[in-house]
Write a protein that binds this ligand. Structure first.
Ligand SMILES: *[C@@H]1O[C@H](CO)[C@@H](O)[C@H](O)[C@H]1NC(C)=O
Ligand SMILES: *[C@@H]1O[C@H](CO)[C@@H](O)[C@H](O)[C@H]1NC(C)=O
Ligand SMILES: *[C@@H]1O[C@H](CO)[C@@H](O)[C@H](O)[C@H]1NC(C)=O
Ligand SMILES: *[C@@H]1O[C@H](CO)[C@@H](O)[C@H](O)[C@H]1NC(C)=O
Ligand SMILES: *[C@@H]1O[C@H](CO)[C@@H](O)[C@H](O)[C@H]1NC(C)=O
Ligand SMILES: *[C@@H]1O[C@H](CO)[C@@H](O)[C@H](O)[C@H]1NC(C)=O
Ligand SMILES: *[C@@H]1O[C@H](CO)[C@@H](O)[C@H](O)[C@H]1NC(C)=O
Ligand SMILES: *[C@@H]1O[C@H](CO)[C@@H](O)[C@H](O)[C@H]1NC(C)=O
Ligand SMILES: *[C@@H]1O[C@H](CO)[C@@H](O)[C@H](O)[C@H]1NC(C)=O
Ligand SMILES: *[C@@H]1O[C@H](CO)[C@@H](O)[C@H](O)[C@H]1NC(C)=O
Ligand SMILES: *[C@@H]1O[C@H](CO)[C@@H](O)[C@H](O)[C@H]1NC(C)=O
Ligand SMILES: *[C@@H]1O[C@H](CO)[C@@H](O)[C@H](O)[C@H]1NC(C)=O
Length: 659
């Protein structure tokens, strides 16, 4: 029986139930409710798993249905909990028949279409969760709360609703949680919203709401969480936070707010999380830490604040995450920052800070520090070589684009937890120390655009994490952003470490000698960039062992010999560049190699794509420091197809993040 047949059956069943006696009605669900459910099910395109009247004619036993215990005319349906049931299709007005319904949860499905007005004729409804579907159209002017006066939770997050934030919410006096985030709402906030005195959580982030945040918000004195980030709000922040005595979480990130930090905001005793990143706020950072006793996370990055970094911030002793990046602060790090013992995430990138030695000596006292962003500061200073420096818990260090001079310091070798290190775009020199290979968790290393010389340390091919892929990643809090200097321009920022592809970038240095065959051990590496060095010798066959490799750039070196055919086995390779080397022989064909442009191979006089061409020079050469091997690649075909299938499966299992 198809679902439509099933629905018809439900209707017939409903009709047949009505004349039955009280005893059986006591046990089963109310016939009106059964009919409404049949109508609801009929509008859907998918059957609902666990709704089967053959198995049980009593709808109260069906999955996701909650009934009360009334005996008068059968048990009434009071809850419809159908989250994550893979439902598709529309919801229709028959839902209105469930007139005792208190909880409607249809979240995480694939429902679409506009909302039926009848949704708001449910007199007893308290909780409506339609989040994470594909609903669209306007939510406004459906007279919500005229009949449905008892609504406490409205969650419409992550749909495609458009138009304005509804004006007719004023009668929703019980409303506690209101979430419209992740839609396409526009216009300014209606003043009626500010009559919802019982509201404790208001989520409006990720829409296109414009205009100021009006003083009216002063009336929402029960607010605990207010998130209006990623909208088009402008104007100054209202100075009303003294009245929001329960506010713990305020996020207004990525809007166009201007002006100073309001006095009541920088004196709020309740705030735990304040995120104002990416606005145009100005003036000084004048937080009153004597008042802000609960502050844990502070994001003021990417604004127009002027310095210096206030010493006063060091009295916010509970602070765990602090982002002041991209402001015009200047000066040195205040000495009292050594008292921020709880600090785990600190970003001061691009704040015109000077004196890196002093900054590091202060920050090593923050023993729990795990993420430190200092990119674009300290121009032209020497990288400190102070052996006593110690950062035991550091897992991410971003110190790029500072024009730092000197060799890689020894103290770095004791940062055993390092996962992410970016020292690119500096003037660092000397050899890359072999102890890099001992960082068991390192999966992202960017040393590009420096003056490193000598050979590639062989130990890099022993990086555990790039071999096994096993690691746990601590993500930055939402108010914290890591700015990596490069990868698609100097302003790219990463909010998720797990979104970073495992990378070794040593490009733009003066490294020489061979590419070690053991690089092939780095199965979990996604990006290998050795562009613009003086590397010589052959491209090892073994590189085909880097099964996850997506990008391989060996251009502008002095590599010779043939391109190993085995590289055809790299099924995820989407960028490949060996231009401007001294390669010869046939360019491999098949698989990904059919997609690479000619420019990937140019600047090599001996490369050709004809079948008969071979390297005219010697057929064998010495592989660096190891046994002799031929440059002619392994015959293509051995296990290529199975290799492809396996890697695809592994990749889907691990998703985008590292397992
Ligand atoms: C209901 O359950 C019966 C018995 O298990 C089964 O034969 C029938 O196909 C089911 N109907 C639907 C619509 O799933
Ligand atoms: C109905 O009665 C059962 C058993 O007495 C009880 O566990 C359940 O919570 C009641 N349900 C409602 C909705 O009151
Ligand atoms: C709705 O159901 C989902 C699970 O699918 C759950 O995460 C969510 O908390 C529920 N909503 C409410 C308001 O209880
Ligand atoms: C929708 O919001 C409510 C109130 O904040 C919350 O309880 C519920 O879990 C949310 N639903 C989902 C699917 O997260
Ligand atoms: C609010 O309720 C009153 C009284 O029930 C009604 O007259 C009014 O139209 C309602 N307002 C809205 C916006 O629904
Ligand atoms: C306000 O919310 C509280 C629970 O947070 C509830 O007990 C109270 O009844 C609500 N008041 C109104 C007027 O809705
Ligand atoms: C705020 O509350 C006061 C007093 O209850 C009321 O007079 C005023 O209209 C409210 N303001 C807004 C914007 O709702
Ligand atoms: C900063 O905000 C603007 C809008 O004001 C937005 O377009 C941009 O994507 C935001 N940048 C970041 C890094 O979030
Ligand atoms: C800072 O907060 C303390 C404690 O609330 C208060 O006594 C003091 O006046 C505030 N200072 C300023 C400058 O607002
Ligand atoms: C550095 O910060 C200034 C503002 O202080 C900004 O204009 C500039 O774009 C930032 N540069 C980078 C690379 O982030
Ligand atoms: C440092 O981190 C440890 C482990 O997470 C925690 O137990 C300790 O309380 C933290 N120290 C401070 C001062 O926050
Ligand atoms: C190298 O870094 C300098 C700044 O130190 C920058 O101006 C230059 O564009 C960078 N070169 C490359 C190729 O990234």
């Amino acid at each position: 029986m198809g679902y439509r047949g099933f629905c018809l059956y439900l209707v017939l069943l409903a009709l047949s139930l009505e004349p039955q006696n009280l005893k059986s009605e006591e046990l089963t669900c109310n016939p009106t409710d059964l009919r409404a459910l049949a109508g609801f099910s009929n509008c859907l395109e998918s059957a609902i798993a666990g709704w089967n009247s053959t198995v049980s004619p009593d709808c109260c036993t069906w999955s996701g249905i909650i009934c009360d215990n009334s005996t008068f005319s059968g048990r009434r349906v009071v809850g419809l909990e159908l989250g994550s049931k893979r439902l598709t299709g529309k919801i229709c007005e028959s839902l209105a028949g469930l007139n005792q319904l208190r909880v409607l949860n249809l979240s995480h499905n694939f429902l679409w279409g506009s909302l039926p007005a009848e949704l708001f004729s449910l007199q007893n409804i308290e909780i409506i969760d339609l989040s994470n579907n594909d609903f669209l159209g306007s939510i406004s002017n459906k007279g919500m709360c005229t009949i449905s006066t008892r609504i406490q939770v409205l969650n419409f997050s992550n749909n495609h609703f458009s138009g304005q934030v509804p004006k007719d919410l004023a009668n929703c006096t019980f409303l506690n949680h209101l979430s419209f985030d992740g839609n396409s709402l526009s216009g300014s906030l209606p003043e009626t919203l500010f009559q919802l005195k019982n509201l404790s959580e208001l989520n409006l982030q990720g829409n296109r709401i414009s205009g100021p945040l009006s003083n009216g918000i002063v009336n929402l004195s029960n607010l605990v969480k207010l998130d209006i980030s990623s909208n088009l709000f402008s104007g100054v922040l209202p100075d009303i936070f003294g009245s929001l005595a329960r506010l713990e979480h305020f996020s207004a990130m990525s809007n166009s707010f201007t002006g100073l930090l309001p006095n009541s905001l920088v004196n709020s005793p309740s705030l735990q999380m304040l995120n104002l990143n990416n606005n145009s706020l100005s003036g000084s950072i004048n937080l009153n830490c004597s008042a802000m006793k609960n502050l844990v996370s502070l994001g003021l990055g990417s604004n127009l604040f002027l310095g210096p970094i206030p010493d006063g911030l060091s009295f916010c002793r509970g602070l765990k995450a602090l982002n002041l990046a991209r402001n015009n602060l200047g000066g040195e790090l205040p000495n009292n920052f050594k008292n921020l013992k709880s600090l785990t995430q600190l970003s001061l990138s691009n704040t015109s800070l000077s004196n890196i030695l002093s900054a590091l000596r202060i920050l090593q006292n923050c023993r729990n520090l795990s993420m430190l962003g200092l990119t674009r500061n300290f121009h032209d200073e020497q990288i400190p070589n102070d052996v006593s420096l110690e950062f035991k818990n550091l897992n991410s260090l971003i110190l790029a684009n500072c024009q730092l001079r000197g060799p890689i310091p020894q103290w770095l070798s004791r940062c055993h937890k390092l996962q992410f290190l970016d020292l690119s775009w500096n003037h660092l020199g000397g050899n890359i120390p072999s102890w890099f290979g001992k960082f068991e968790s390192l999966f992202y290393l960017d040393l590009s655009n420096n003056s490193f010389k000598g050979e590639l340390p062989k130990s890099l091919t022993e990086l555990q994490c790039l071999i096994s892929g096993k690691m746990t990643i601590e993500e930055p809090v939402s108010s914290f952003q890591l700015y990596a200097a490069r990868q698609g321009g100097p302003s790219l920022s990463y909010r998720q470490i797990s979104g970073l592809r495992p990378t070794l970038d040593l490009s733009y240095n003066i490294l020489q000698g061979p590419i070690w065959p053991s690089f092939g051990n780095l199965k979990r590496l996604h990006v290998l960039n050795l562009k613009e060095n003086n590397l010589s010798g052959p491209i090892p066959n073994n590189l085909s062992g880097m099964t996850y490799l997506e990008k391989l750039d060996l251009s502008h070196n002095k590599l010779s010999g043939e391109i190993p055919r085995a590289l055809v086995n790299l099924s995820f390779l989407s960028t490949f560049d060996v231009s401007y080397n001294q390669l010869c022989g046939e360019i491999p064909e098949g698989s990904q190699f059919d997609t690479f442009p000619d420019t990937s191979f140019e600047g090599n006089n001996g490369l050709c794509s004809a079948e008969y061409c071979t390297c005219q020079s010697e057929q064998t050469r010495h592989s660096p420091g190891e046994k002799k091997m031929t440059t002619i690649g392994l015959p293509f075909g051995i296990g290529a197809a199975t290799g492809f299938v396996l890697t695809v499966i592994c990749c889907f299992m691990s998703g985008l993040s590292l397992p």
